[in-house]
Ligand binder design. Sequence first.
Ligand SMILES: *[C@@H]1O[C@H](CO)[C@@H](O)[C@H](O)[C@H]1NC(C)=O
Length: 407
Amino acid sequence: MGIKETSSGGSGLKRQLIEGSHRQQKPSFHFSFKVLLLLCIVVIILCCILSSSSRPWWESFPLQEHYEKFFNQPNQDNLTLRFWAYPTHRVKTNEILQIKESPTERPTRPTVPPTVPPTVPPTVPPTGIQYHQAYARNYHFIMDNEEVCKTTKPFLVLMVPVAPHDVAARDAIRQTWGKDRKVQGEVVFTLFMLGYSGRADAGQVQEKVKQENLQHHDLIQSDFMDTYLNLTIKTMVIMEWLATRCPTAAYGMKVDSDMFLNIDNLVIMLQKPGIPKKEYLTGMLMWNRPVLRSKNSKWYVPVEMYPRNTYPTYTLGMGYIFSNDLPGKFVEVSKSIKPFNIEDAYIGMCMEKLGLAPTSPPNPSQFKAYITKYNRCEFSKVITYILGSAEELVKYWTDLKKPGQPC
Ligand SMILES: *[C@@H]1O[C@H](CO)[C@@H](O)[C@H](O)[C@H]1NC(C)=O
């Protein structure tokens, strides 16, 4: 639009000058008139050059280029974030190679004048209805084992999100860190959180799940579809269960099913005198993590779902621990937080909205993510590690618990 206006203005000026030249007849003005005409022609040419350019004028300044570079700066953190942000699904070497090959991590930003801030939410603030999905009270428990916390007051409840068909993972946990009801003198429960199976054999899976619960009484199931993109719902339903079915527990932990958990070290950590009993969330802290905008990414989040460029401080989803006053607050505040599919960052959002922040654990080096090699001494000191399989968990656990000093 600006271009058209400028060029029509230019021809208008030209026309006026030509008309004027016919009226100038006196010879005494001849020389100065020629100079004036020459000057005008130069001005007209300059006008034409500027107006015919397809770029707005500010773009001819080097400053604009500087800002553009700043806006589109490729983020070096992306690779590491992909590797660290979502441990539930391990990033394999070929995936990392794919990541390296993908050309752009952020959408190419439309050219804007430097004064416009780089993040303008494209959508209007959504109304209540759009927040609907992650709100735990939209779903209903099919199995809730509500008697679990009625007879005993647990110190710590481990809540493990797991796929309905993944009996192997549950059995490995039942034999290892989920086995003991008493740890370091404290009552500890392990429960598994399931949605509805979305698989072709869902009916059969559901039947097995019911049988499994009759045997172990440790399954919590809710009526949402158990899929990867629904993990935030799963986490919020865990919070709902803790708040309504187990309010007497002192602490809760969301821990993934593919984890090694040194439960003794965790209870020892929580027994430390300085550990808060309220408004406490800890684990492996993530600061200023960029939101991944590449559609190829497993952790892709569209701008419409989450407009900011970075997440608030959160604890990595592999395993985070919280005082049991928080679950009810998370459920309540989640009513007004737009859902997105990164469950651990979503909890970070809930914390931020509550005016709270996660706390670093007393010894942050106890929260480890990926292992290169099993080491008995090392495993006796940590709290978490991400493992590759249920077999690995049983193998390492057995080795760790064998007689003899680990170090
Ligand atoms: C999430 O769960 C809801 C409720 O069961 C379901 O309607 C929806 O399709 C699920 N979403 C995905 C992405 O699986």
